[in-house]
Design a protein around this ligand. Structure first.
Ligand code: GLU
Length: 499
């Protein structure tokens, strides 16, 4: 048997460290066994998926040094590798399930489903999820309602008693009562599949032998196992990887830790160091050494030796490991090459030069002008940040901007400017006054290169870090304040939408 593994990231937002982590383990296992590692793009959420984000997944995985044998950009015999291009396949298999009585059309309105949820919650019932109402519709009734064009989804039939028993390579037998498993929607009203259906159909057709994915998917395994049974297909081996955690043990989140792979690149981590650290999260080399290359990890890899437990992704520890890579693993020539790759290259300069050329008399002037473009945080004192305004008010503006920046689909000076303009209007201040703390937070100086350009070049993550740092300098926002501000921001969003 040829081992075939895969990852199926969704192309929404920036490429996530978790994607590289899961990819690394899938890669190591496939390569150890001379098999193939497949990259599939899960773009069934049409509203949120973007091709820019897909391209970033390719770039980020290549940046850390992982290559795939099959995928949307490299092709392969099991394509297409984008789920949005596989609709016919999903429709065919869903029809097959309906035909066999394993799935049914459901016409229930969102209002009815919300009321049902509310009722279950207030009665404290142990049974949750869909109650099966539409299962009792006759064939004729279904045909009639479909002919009328009534909006509907397709759900899978799930037993209402007993328990589902399945195996996980790392955890052995897992049992989940069927009452805890919802009659999952397989096909949404827009005719697109949900993750569960697409995932099972694709893993089967792509001949995936081992599904290695984050442990947040364990609870979905019963649905998947049942679908394999309904289809009469063999299920791949399941291996759920331990979730990466923040130092406080909560699930790794961008509120508490940088999660975008670009942050690590912009900050000047070596991709080998980052990959090494990600490997370290759930893997120990037989001789227990900390520093190892991808090839060494592949050579030594044994799936059953993946360590469970909540691996803490700790940026200072990553930095120590990265330091060893920089100091011990590179000779000076290689160090120069990496430095050039990082910032001292034409690509970076071509973004910077249009901003600085008209502002210098000599090249040495460049240093003062651009120092803040080459570092992480900058310092400014609270009084300067306030410039005569109330600290609370300045913090509010800064906080709103961070929240809005986080939600932006695309990071460029136009989208950044859009956010600032809306917030400026809301504040009732003149633009010049409104943007002052932002200039200071970004550059540490009262006058600097154009704000929106600087933010675009520095990237979303470093921009957010600096604004958050300024908020902390101003005294910070407690939980209660944050709650109030979140409400105010939500109201602002509603207002904007109705305009
Ligand atoms: N889009 C899912 C994720 O990236 C895929 C999960 C899976 O591998 O099945 O978490």
């Amino acid at each position: 048997m040829t081992v075939r593994t895969r990852i199926a990231p969704s192309p929404t937002g920036d490429p996530h460290v978790g994607t590289a982590y899961v990819a690394l383990f899938n890669y190591c296992f496939a390569k150890k066994h001379g098999g193939q590692f497949v990259l599939r793009i899960e773009d069934t959420d049409q509203k949120r998926s973007t091709s820019a984000s897909e391209q970033m997944i390719f770039d980020a995985l290549r940046w850390v040094g992982l290559e795939w044998d099959e995928g949307p950009d490299v092709g392969g015999p099991h394509g297409p590798y984008r789920q949005s291009e596989r609709s016919e396949l999903y429709a065919k298999h869903t029809a097959e399930l309906v035909e066999k009585g394993h799935a049914f059309h459901c016409f229930c309105s969102t209002e009815r489903l919300a009321a049902l949820r509310q009722e279950q919650r207030s009665s404290g019932s142990s049974v949750t999820g869909y109650d099966g109402l539409c299962m009792s519709l006759s064939k004729d009734e279904v045909a009639e309602r479909l002919a009328k064009g009534e909006s509907h989804v397709i759900r899978m039939v799930v037993p209402r008693e007993g328990e589902c028993v399945f195996q996980d390579v790392l955890r052995g037998e897992i049992r989940i009562p069927w009452t805890q498993v919802d009659m999952q929607v397989l096909m949404k009203s827009d005719g697109l599949p949900t993750y569960h259906l697409a995932n099972v159909v694709d893993d089967h057709h792509m001949e995936i032998t081992h599904v290695m994915r984050g442990e947040e998917w364990i609870n979905s395994a019963p649905k998947h196992q049942l679908l394999y049974e309904y289809f009469g297909w063999d299920m791949p081996v399941l291996c759920h990887l331990p979730l990466l955690r923040n130092p406080d043990k909560s699930k790794l989140s961008k509120r508490k830790n940088p999660t975008s792979l670009w942050w690590y690149r912009e900050m000047g981590y070596l991709p080998e160091g980052l990959l090494n650290y990600l490997g370290h999260m759930a893997w120990t080399m037989p001789d227990e050494r900390d520093l190892f290359t991808l090839e060494e990890m592949v050579d030594a890899f044994k799936i059953e030796k993946i360590a469970l437990g909540g691996p803490v992704f700790d940026v200072p520890k990553l930095s120590s490991l990265n330091a060893r890579w920089l100091r011990e693993q590179l000779d000076p020539e290689q160090f120069i090459d990496r430095l050039v790759d990082w910032r001292l290259n034409r690509e970076f300069l071509s973004k910077l030069v249009p901003l600085v050329q008209q502002r210098v008399q000599r090249f040495t002037d460049l240093i003062d002008l651009t120092d803040y473009m080459l570092t992480h945080l900058v310092e400014v004192d609270a009084e300067t940040l306030q410039s005569g305004r109330e600290a609370e008010e300045v913090m509010r503006d800064l906080y709103f901007a961070v929240q809005r920046f986080t939600a932006l689909d695309e990071w460029n000076k136009e989208s950044i400017e859009g956010v600032i303009r809306v917030l400026c209007e809301h504040s009732g201040l003149k633009m010049r006054v409104f943007v002052k703390p932002f200039y200071l937070a970004m550059s540490g100086k009262p006058s600097a290169l154009p704000l929106f350009d600087s933010m675009e070049i520095l990237g979303r993550d470093i921009t957010r870090d600096r604004i958050n740092h300024a908020i902390a300098t101003l005294g910070g926002l407690g939980k209660k304040k944050l709650k109030k501000l979140d409400k105010e921001l939500a109201a602002l969003a509603v207002l904007a939408e109705s305009e």
